[in-house]
Design a protein around this ligand. Structure first.
Ligand SMILES: [Cu+2]
Length: 149
């Protein structure tokens, strides 16, 4: 009886992740080109995590602030809502895409030029910091597959 209990505990322990690193994968990170630096930039990406996590903060060298925005409809008016932290469920990709959740880059230091890329760092509660390159697509791009709206 006691042996069975120990075996069960061992099984539970081995099911836990050994390390918190590399559990989160960022894919399809892209931004729209901007004409003016006075207008905010917008970026999109997909987050896939092997364990439940939370995106707490995003920073980039090309802008003062990066905010997570959701789009909500209030009284038939679509508004952007600032999300303080983004919950990422285990093994269920979270996709930020045009018309829905996005990253808003305010205080751009330079224009985002089509064909170039810029670095961005995402800080997760468990996985820590992950640095990625964000590809700059056309001003009307709808996604990394190159479709336009
Ligand atoms: Cu926004």
């Amino acid at each position: 009886m006691k042996r069975t209990a120990i075996a069960l505990v061992m099984t539970l322990l081995s099911a836990l992740p050994v390390s918190a690193g590399n559990l989160v994968e960022i894919s399809d990170a892209w931004a729209r080109a901007t004409i003016l630096t006075s207008r905010p930039g917008v970026a999109y990406l997909t987050i896939t995590s092997a364990a439940t996590d939370r995106l707490l903060e995003i920073t980039t060298a090309v802008a003062d602030h990066v905010m997570i925005h959701d789009v909500v409809t209030v009284d038939d008016v679509r508004r952007m809502r600032h999300v303080m932290a983004l919950d990422v469920p285990a093994n269920r990709p979270v996709t930020l895409a045009p018309g829905a959740m996005h990253l808003m880059l305010t205080g751009l230091h330079e224009k985002l030029r089509e064909g170039e890329k810029f670095p961005m760092t995402l800080r997760f509660e468990n996985a820590g910091e992950i640095s990625i390159d964000v590809a700059i697509l056309g001003i009307a791009a709808a996604g990394p597959q190159g479709e336009t709206e």
